[in-house]
Design a protein around this ligand. Structure first.
Ligand SMILES: Cc1cc2nc3c(=O)[nH]c(=O)nc-3n(C[C@H](O)[C@H](O)[C@H](O)COP(=O)(O)OP(=O)(O)OC[C@H]3O[C@@H](n4cnc5c(N)ncnc54)[C@H](O)[C@@H]3O)c2cc1C
Length: 504
């Protein structure tokens, strides 16, 4: 059988694309997903999963900053990242999309896609009602006590109340939009694929790992994959669409001979298209916490971890909302003895700042043609001195909030960092701390960048088509030319909606 579309990866973007394309009963779609397809009700409960501790994970390691390496979770299941993530459902700012590759991806083009994906009770001109992904916010009167205290501290520090962080203009503190209902994170597998279940023209094959794209005379004709570790099979398609995520998409392209010619040939793979940008331009939001030890008995773990989100602009920033702050009401470190020892406590809370427009860039490399060999991921966080300065300033604001009198009943001491560091004007100790304790927000993007010029590092054109290989597209976080000023899941879902419009 030759499918109209063979899609590799049923994550935030791929699941949307498969569901939308198969709405037309005359279009045949095969969706290959490396992870399982059956639901896992325990893992879908947001509070029950500690990210990389879920079994639905690729088990990647990444260099973060300095010499530090850390596990980097990536969902390996139907729904991909949307099935393992933190459930924050935030849009980027409109100008983020206007700055992308072309009018195909402008805010004007993307706004209808955001509306279509949403079921947001706010409705009106800005929001969709009845879409596949529910967007919910805590009402002001339902904020738990620590979040009310954070609100008081933030307002006293000059931050305004925001009803809707997804209105495209507001700055300040307001409820975090979440795609979570009754504690369950609604993934693209649930929102998009479940309603499509039973369509005869949509075949979803789980536990099927794509080894490489089959390319004949510069044209993609199929995907070689293995199901449950069995011998390679070939799926044939008129159009091959790679939606394997920011790490696996460039790795799959490189295993197929598409990438920097020297790197590809150095590991014994025949080069098909010399695209120096495959694996480059790796972008990531980077954050760091101010950790606080509470007085004995002042903090309990029987409440939601966070409800409010702060979007704000760093001092002298030319753009708005280039920073985010959130507070974790409680953090039980009994499962994390290393951090518990560093913090000198098993139960802490913390306030975290994160850079939304990072300047540092990382890179991903493939060192073996063997698909079981994981890619080498170098996030290179905080490589740019401007990023360090911005995060340092963010930590100062976190400290100001954490030590505010509104949060006094929960405050015994700041840990790891000496509070005196915040009192003097010298940022060097804070900068060192940021290098050591910064962490990625798991929003990797940009490794198959969209743009017109392959020689300048662009991998796909503004219709997602891989430069130099016919009938092969990439749609997922890897093609983002610039990471949005927001957590990336909602953008990837909207990208799937937009890709479906184009491919249809
Ligand atoms: C732990 C964590 C927490 C996060 N928290 C948030 C949050 O709260 N809010 C937010 O907005 N964003 C969050 N994100 C980021 C967001 O979820 C991702 O940006 C988004 O899911 C990426 O979508 P994608 O389509 O690019 O890739 P993915 O959703 O990762 O999809 C890729 C899919 O392809 C499959 N695949 C990969 N390689 C192959 C192969 N060779 N063959 C077959 N299948 C393959 C994978 O198994 C996966 O299902 C988080 C991410 C993680 C990992």
């Amino acid at each position: 059988m030759i499918y109209d579309f063979v899609i590799v990866g049923g994550g935030s973007t791929g699941a949307v694309l498969a569901a939308r394309l198969s709405e037309n009963s005359g279009t045949s779609v095969l969706l290959l997903e490396a992870g399982p397809t059956e639901p896992d009700p325990e893992a879908d409960r947001l509070g029950a999963v500690d990210f990389s501790h879920t079994g639905r994970d690729w088990g990647f390691q990444a260099r973060t900053a300095g010499d530090a390496t850390a596990p980097y979770p990536q969902g390996r299941t139907l729904g991909g990242g949307s099935a393992v993530n933190g459930g924050v459902a935030l849009r980027g700012m409109p100008s983020d999309y206007d700055a992308w590759a072309s009018p195909n991806w402008s805010w004007e083009a993307m706004a209808p896609c955001f509306r279509r994906l949403e079921d947001d009770p706010l409705g009106g001109d800005l929001h969709g009602i009845g879409g596949p992904i529910p967007i919910r916010r805590a009402a002001k009167e339902d904020l738990v006590a620590p979040q009310q205290q954070l609100l008081a501290a933030a307002q006293d520090s000059g931050l305004a109340w925001v009803d809707d962080h997804n209105d495209g203009v507001s700055e300040g503190i307001g409820p975090s939009p979440q795609n979570v209902v009754d504690g369950v994170r609604v993934s693209t597998a649930m929102g998009y694929l479940r309603p499509a279940d039973g369509r005869p023209n949509l075949h979803i094959v789980g536990r099927s790992f794509a080894h490489h794209i089959v390319i004949e005379r510069d044209r993609a004709t199929g995907v070689a994959y293995s199901s449950d570790g069995a011998d390679l099979e070939q799926a044939r398609g008129r159009h091959i669409v790679v939606c394997a995520g920011a790490f696996n998409s460039p790795a799959l392209l490189m295993r197929s001979g598409i990438g920097p010619v020297r790197d590809v040939e150095a590991v014994g793979i025949r080069s098909v298209a010399d695209l120096p940008g495959v694996g480059a331009n790796l972008m990531e939001h980077v954050g760091a916490f101010v950790f606080v030890v509470p007085p004995e008995g002042a903090v309990t773990t029987d409440m939601v971890q966070h409800q409010l989100l702060i979007r704000y602009s760093s001092p002298e920033s030319p753009v708005t909302n280039d920073m985010q702050i959130g507070m974790m009401n409680h953090w039980d470190l009994t499962e994390n003895p290393v951090l518990a020892e560093v913090c000198g406590a098993e139960l802490i809370w913390g306030i975290c700042a994160g850079i939304q427009i990072p300047r540092s860039r990382g890179r991903l490399r493939v060192l073996s043609p063997d698909p079981e060999h994981p890619p080498v991921i170098d996030l290179n966080l905080l490589d740019s001195p401007e990023d360090v300065a911005q995060l340092t300033a963010g930590l100062r604001l976190c400290h100001q909030l954490a030590t505010h009198e509104a949060l006094a009943e929960r405050f015994e001491r700041v840990t790891v960092l000496d509070s005196a560091v915040f009192a003097d004007g010298d940022d060097s100790a804070l900068a060192e701390y940021a290098q050591q304790f910064s962490f990625p927000w798991y929003h990797a993007s940009g490794t198959c960048r969209m743009g017109p010029d392959p020689n300048a590092g662009d991998v796909v054109d503004d219709r997602g088509q891989v430069h130099g290989v016919d009938r092969l597209s990439v749609f997922d976080a890897s093609i983002l030319p610039m990471i949005p000023r927001a957590n990336t899941n909602l953008t990837c879902i909207a990208l799937g909606e937009r890709a479906a419009e184009m491919l249809k």
